[in-house]
Design a protein around this ligand. Structure first.
Ligand SMILES: [Zn+2]
Ligand SMILES: [Zn+2]
Length: 435
């Protein structure tokens, strides 16, 4: 009997955390993320006595952000890989630095986490305890992302983490064909209700629009998450031989440089190097004032216009009918990015920013604006295909737990799967299941 406790990422995207416990009480934590909105920032509190290992699917903060909390006193082996650790460190440091919220951990706990880390190669079976093993598998989501296969008390459980089975330019897609037979699946549901547009077509349209704007003397501002999406945008521009000026700012600059140190996790490192060679990094605020009037592409976090370096460019771009803002990631409801797309107005509150000279903004966009869905998650069709290709053991219950998606996405995916004779649920935070 294996016990699965869902501690977060249930009917929500944020604070992903799942605790797996064997019959003799040995425990393994899968992810330990954070949520930014609302009061419940950390995973659900539970007894973590006899925690033998912590394993991370990837560096995104909704999976890694609360990890230092587990390193207050304990020395638990932390299984990850080199790029995920390096990126998680940058993101967690950044989170601690820029937050107004006092985290119950700091750089000291982050150091303990690093000291206890072990790099696990994909496909290598790692013993955690008696009758308890984990194996990392490629997840195709961002560089270094993995799914985790668990063998516990002769039960096999697959935790997908965040997955992408579609071709992107930054990483190879995940493939569920070669995964051994399983008893249970824990799967992400982010886009369980959505279909992404065909990728190639979208890339072409994106580059065509960028060229049109810069050829006419305008600038294209691409607000993008610093990790992965910024680099994907760079690769798309390079793939279609975009020859204009490209500037990269903020966290996107830091992560891009870091990726060069981990070529084995990048699909086409040559293309990436080539793209970066043509890119200019913005390192000083002074440079921002200069380049926003140049005809160029500016890639800068944050991806939903909630803050970051992008705010320094946005006023100039918004008021220029020749320029454009092209959003390349999902825009959560209530964010300035979503408002821009829906209302054509950019609204921003100064209180979110430490710079006291900044005033509240409410600007009607004169520039072009658009959304390009360069997602790094499997959509409705791809999730279905991924699940269909998996083989469940004949004597298993065909359990599928749908997590990492809003209430509607997780519950709809679960009911769809029930129709297909899986034993599927969308667990709620704090719920415990046994298989
Ligand atoms: Zn992710
Ligand atoms: Zn996630």
């Amino acid at each position: 009997m294996v016990t699965i406790s869902f501690l977060g990422g249930c009917r929500e995207v944020g604070r992903s955390a799942i605790l797996i416990e064997s019959q003799n009480g040995a425990k393994c934590m899968l992810d330990y993320g954070i949520r930014f909105r609302g009061e419940e920032r950390f995973p659900f509190n539970t007894n973590i006595k006899n925690l033998r290992a912590i394993a991370l699917t990837h560096s995104h903060i909704d999976h890694s952000g609360a990890l230092p909390l587990l390193y207050k006193n304990d020395k638990i082996p932390f299984f990850t890989n080199s790029i995920s650790l390096a990126v998680a460190e940058i993101l967690i440091r950044d989170m601690i630095k820029i937050s107004n919220y006092p985290y119950p951990f700091g750089y000291r706990e982050l150091d303990y986490l690093k000291q206890n880390s072990y790099f696990l190669k994909n496909g290598t079976r790692q013993k955690i305890s008696d009758n308890f093993y984990i194996t990392f598998l490629d997840a195709g989501h961002i560089p270094g992302s993995v799914s985790i296969l668990l063998d516990v008390d002769n039960k096999t459980i697959l935790y997908s983490g965040d997955i992408n089975t579609q071709n992107t330019n930054l990483v190879y897609p995940a493939n569920s064909e070669d995964i051994p037979e399983i008893d249970a699946l824990i799967i992400e549901s982010t886009y369980a209700l959505k279909e992404h547009p065909p990728r190639e077509k979208l890339e072409k349209k994106f580059v065509e629009k960028v060229i049109k704007i810069t050829d006419n003397g305008g600038s294209v501002l691409i607000p993008a998450f610093g990790l992965a999406r910024s680099q994907e945008a760079l690769l798309i521009l390079e793939k279609y031989n975009y020859s204009g000026k490209i500037f990269v700012d903020g966290l996107a600059r830091k992560i891009s440089t870091l990726f060069l140190e981990y070529p084995e996790y990048i699909k086409d490192i040559k293309l990436f190097r080539k793209a970066l060679k043509k890119t200019q990094y913005v390192t000083r605020p002074k440079t921002r004032a200069k380049i926003k009037n140049l005809s160029s592409v500016i890639i800068s976090p944050s991806g939903m216009l909630k803050g970051g370096a992008v705010i320094d460019y946005i006023q100039t771009i918004l008021s220029d009918p020749l320029s454009a803002i092209y959003l390349v990631g999902y825009q959560v409801e209530g964010t300035p990015g979503r408002n821009l797309l829906e209302e054509g107005i950019f609204e921003y509150k100064e209180s979110r920013r430490k710079n006291k000279n900044f005033t509240d903004l409410s600007i009607v966009a004169q520039c072009d604006y658009d959304y390009f869905d360069f997602s790094s998650h499997a959509d409705k069709i791809h999730l279905q295909n991924y699940i269909e290709k998996l083989n469940f053991l004949r004597n298993s219950n065909r359990d599928i737990f749908c997590v990492h998606g809003d209430n509607k996405s997780t519950t709809s995916l679960a009911s769809e799967l029930v129709k297909k004779e899986y034993n599927s649920v969308a667990p709620e935070t704090g719920e415990i299941y046994q298989i």
